[in-house]
Design a protein around this ligand. Structure first.
Ligand SMILES: NC(=O)C1=CN([C@@H]2O[C@H](COP(=O)(O)OP(=O)(O)OC[C@H]3O[C@@H](n4cnc5c(N)ncnc54)[C@H](OP(=O)(O)O)[C@@H]3O)[C@@H](O)[C@H]2O)C=CC1
Ligand SMILES: O=C(O)C1=N[C@H](C(=O)O)C[C@H](O)C1
Length: 267
């Protein structure tokens, strides 16, 4: 049975991951780690996730528990994820990363670490979103430059990065299919006297409100017709289940950077 380590124990995803591991008979909980100084350190992981006593307490030292798991699952913040990845690289542990909001420099650091250990990095672990990436590639290739492309994403009020990692990945897939460079063709929000839409751009719009789990729409709008590909997550369990599937898949792979489409055979 694959032993899972979880960092970011007290986070929205951390708690759901503890629950998901407990409910999945192919994996077991090896270690749960919280941020040093957090009031959660020493608490029982099961009680933290609202599932009752599990007999595994939250540690504040990833290096001290690295022997207790086969693969680490990380949904935290970029700075924390890079520190955790360095520990995993030192101890030869594979890692599944769901964290979003990495800078270009942090992405290069992940590339470097991915040469030492297997790293699976996906801004969205849901099967539905990863299937949508394939649909988007096909749509972009068929519709070409005739249509205007806009990506609209909506998330809960606590989210700290924008646009979402998923929206950026969707933009990247569409841009690549059209032979465009997302860095130069992306427009992030509009206001004031913008003038008419510049052809060849990809627009991003962000909504932050209430408890929305995660919604993404990519609009291909032409003259006389419009296609919209939409994904709506209604439970964080969909991300957690995907992350555990990825974790079990990753153990035993050679060092490298993988993503969820590799797990699903969509790469
Ligand atoms: N790939 C996917 O499918 C999904 C990705 N995400 C992404 O996952 C990330 C987390 O989301 P969410 O759970 O909602 O966020 P939360 O803010 O609820 O949780 C983040 C957790 O990370 C911990 N943390 C933050 N910084 C550090 C650090 N430097 N070292 C160690 N631990 C740290 C926090 O600890 P503390 O509370 O002590 O600050 C907290 O427990 C985001 O980037 C989000 O975009 C979310 C859902 C799905
Ligand atoms: O922060 C979140 O909650 C989510 N973040 C991910 C992203 O940035 O794409 C994925 C998911 O939509 C939830």
């Amino acid at each position: 049975m694959t032993k899972i380590g979880i960092v970011g124990a007290g986070g929205r995803m951390g708690r759901v991951l503890i629950e998901a591991v407990h409910a999945n008979c192919a994996v077991e909980l090896g270690a749960v780690v919280g941020r040093p100084g957090s009031p959660l350190i020493g608490r029982d992981a099961g009680e933290l996730a609202g599932m009752g006593f599990l007999g595994l307490s939250v540690s504040d030292d990833l290096a001290a528990v690295v022997g207790d798991f086969d693969v680490l699952v990380d949904f935290t913040l970029p700075e924390g994820t890079l520190e955790h990845a360095e520990v995993c690289a030192q101890h030869g542990r594979p890692m599944v990363i769901g964290t979003t909001g990495f800078s270009a420099m942090q992405q290069r650091e992940l590339d470097r670490l991915g040469r030492r250990i297997p790293l699976l990095i996906a801004p969205n672990m849901s099967i539905g979103v990863n299937l949508c990436l394939t649909l988007l590639e096909t749509a972009a290739k068929v519709l070409g430059d005739e249509v205007d492309i806009e990506i609209i994403e909506a998330h809960h009020r606590h989210k700290v990065d924008a646009p979402s990692g998923t929206a950026l990945q969707m933009g990247g897939v569409v841009a690549q299919a059209l032979g465009r460079d997302l860095d130069t063709c992306a427009i992030y929000g509009r206001e004031g006297r913008t003038g008419p839409r510049e052809r060849g751009t990809i627009g991003f719009e962000t909504i932050r409100a209430g408890d929305i789990v995660g919604e993404h729409t990519v609009m291909f709008a032409g003259l006389g017709e419009r296609i919209e590909i939409t994904h709506k997550a209604t439970s964080r369990m969909t991300f957690a289940s995907g992350a555990l599937r990825a974790a079990a898949w990753l153990v035993g792979r050679p060092a490298g950077r993988y993503d969820m489409r590799d797990v699903l055979g969509l790469g």
